[in-house]
Design a protein around this ligand. Sequence first.
Ligand SMILES: *Cc1c(COP(=O)(O)O)cnc(C)c1O
Length: 366
Amino acid sequence: MENLAHNYHALRDLTPYGTKFLGLVKADGYGHGAVPVARKLEELGADYLGVASLDEAIELREAGIKTPILILGCTPAVYAKDLLHYHITQACYDLDYAKALSAEAQKAGETLLVHIQCDTGMTRLGFLCHESCMERTAKEILEAVQLPGLKAEGIFTHFAQGDTSEEVTMHQFDRFLDILKRVEDLGYTFSLRHCANSAATLLYPATYLDMVRPGIVLYGHLPDASMDPGLCDLRPVLELKSRIGTVRSVPAGEQVSYGGTHTLTRDSRLAVLPVGYGDGYRRAFSNEITVLIHGQKAPVVGRVCMDMCMADVTDIPDVKEGDIAILYGSDERDEQSVEMAAAIPPVTISYELLVTITKRIPRIYL
Ligand SMILES: *Cc1c(COP(=O)(O)O)cnc(C)c1O
């Protein structure tokens, strides 16, 4: 949790005084536990929290989180009652949806907070902001924000290539500024204009506007392995560790685990770890990854099973039951990092490995 606070402050130091901060805690806080992370962010002074779904938002409210929460994904309008009851802000991504939310809010006799979502090139959700239809879209947004029962507190867009293409990102940003200006010229101003995800928060201060909206960097990881670690001093928040279940001696020539994909070339000692793909420790890591035991690397040999895997500790003296094995370390530049694991084919990103650590792994907060 210290590292979470460190990352929060490091990111806040990048943004000018007065820029608001929305911390993403979707997908159970990127696998770290949404409630403890949200509590910490609330204590640190985050202005907003972002989630993907109504259930995620309700989980935070039920846990006593008071900070404003924005749902970035789709919530069927029939659940507007829950949005109102729990004081949750909803992304509003087209005019029909705005009308449906407005109708529900009026039925309840209350005002629902929304943030207008603009599709400037992500092609996922949002009012389409394309050069061919800017004028029409501006009118639609104006119509949406004037609907009874809705209060459009904010407007935002999402970058598709913030980490890899300045050109695409700036094109998206230009479209966003264009639509903002058009809606403002029609007479409506938003108090929270936001678009900077992690990559843009690190790379493009011009995109900060009223609020930044970082996710992965809060947890201490870069959005893309190709990005310069010198951009911000980030510290991984999570370490994945296991205790060795037992250590066994096995003669040369034996094959290890399902499918016999590894044959022992010498008399060996194997540490059996109670971690497998049922915990989110990918089967693709079989014979490709190492774990750290007593500060030394032990190769994972044979297939990773659902509940267990085997590490060859023949070269590490005095390994015994109960010793700690580090699977994902907390030094991003270290070879025992999530990034290293993500680079193992089929290549993925740190995000996916973090959010797929299953609930069987207890989260312990320090
Ligand atoms: C997930 C998400 C973010 C945060 O993305 P990171 O790359 O983790 O910073 C920001 N905005 C939206 C709309 C998102 O879905």
